[in-house]
Design a protein around this ligand. Structure first.
Ligand SMILES: Nc1ncnc2c1ncn2[C@@H]1O[C@H](COP(=O)(O)OP(=O)(O)OP(=O)(O)O)[C@@H](O)[C@H]1O
Ligand SMILES: [Mg+2]
Length: 249
């Protein structure tokens, strides 16, 4: 039986009358890539914000690596990394300085932060651009820096909220390979995307979210099997059938 690294029970969050997350429960196994898919406004980012201790849940329990988000957010923060949907970068700073800044914010010594920053830049294939100003980078490079920052502090669990949105296929492929590499290194990953083929290739299991609830959760193969022959049906077909909507904007 696989070990559960994160357990989420009965999670709720409303913004005034809007039930953004409306009773969500699921677990992520250690070392798996777990896909969270859903149309715009489904509640994916709100869920990730609660899991990553940024937003307080109205109700529910979240345990990550044995620590309760409610009771010991500090311990949770020390083992997670977050790659937010909206880029969080200082355009005027170099790639290296951006990373050192976030490392220092996470409590690292300058020297340690710099060493880790270089290591993570290398992992993303950007070590040659360490001194370059982020403002001058392409969209794909910015996304890779965003991901490299999430790796500062050597997290065990990564939250990747649409890490490949709005970039060209080549950069997407690059990030895709980076994510596979991180899984090989033993990281557990929660991943959201609007690209169905990506999710299909990358994720060990997939949850489909709509209207603040998880409406299906299984391997891609089993999800496809629910509606037809898994060899012929695509994940996009499953998604359309279940939500009545296309994933893309
Ligand atoms: N801070 C907030 N205040 C008010 N409403 C919010 C807030 N954050 C999110 N919402 C609303 O909650 C719902 C869920 O939003 P959320 O960002 O979680 O969706 P999402 O699944 O991440 O969508 P997308 O695919 O567009 O990123 C949406 O209707 C959104 O407008
Ligand atoms: Mg979102």
């Amino acid at each position: 039986m696989a070990e559960e690294f994160m357990v989420v029970k009965d999670l709720y969050k409303s913004f005034k009358d809007l039930k953004a997350v409306n009773g969500v429960s699921f677990s992520i196994y250690k070392g798996e890539i777990f896909g969270l898919l859903g149309p715009n406004g489904a509640g994916k980012t709100t869920t990730i914000r609660m899991l990553s201790t940024v937003l307080e849940a109205d109700k529910g329990e979240i345990i990550i690596g044995g620590h309760s988000v409610k009771k010991d957010a500090e311990a949770v923060r020390s083992i997670i990394g977050v790659c937010p949907q909206d880029l969080a970068l200082y355009e005027d700073l170099s790639a290296l300085d951006n990373m050192v800044f976030f490392g220092r914010m996470a409590g690292m010594e300058g020297k340690e932060a710099k060493a880790q920053a270089m290591e993570n830049l290398k992992l993303m294939g950007l070590e040659g651009r360490a001194k370059g100003k982020v403002g001058k980078f392409s969209g794909g490079m910015k996304r890779r820096i965003n991901l490299a920052i999430a790796l500062m502090g050597s997290p065990q669990l990564l939250f990747l909220d649409e890490p490949t949105v709005g970039i060209d296929p080549q950069s997407r492929n690059h990030i895709f390979e980076n994510i596979q590499g991180l899984q090989k290194k033993g990281l557990t990953i929660l991943y959201t995307t609007h690209y169905m083929e990506e999710a299909d290739r990358l994720c060990n299991r997939i949850a489909i979210m709509d209207g603040g609830q998880i409406i299906a959760l299984d391997t891609s193969y089993n999800l496809k099997k629910q509606i037809g022959s898994p060899e012929k049906v695509t994940l996009e077909d499953v998604f359309l059938k279940l939500t009545g909507r296309s994933l893309r904007d």
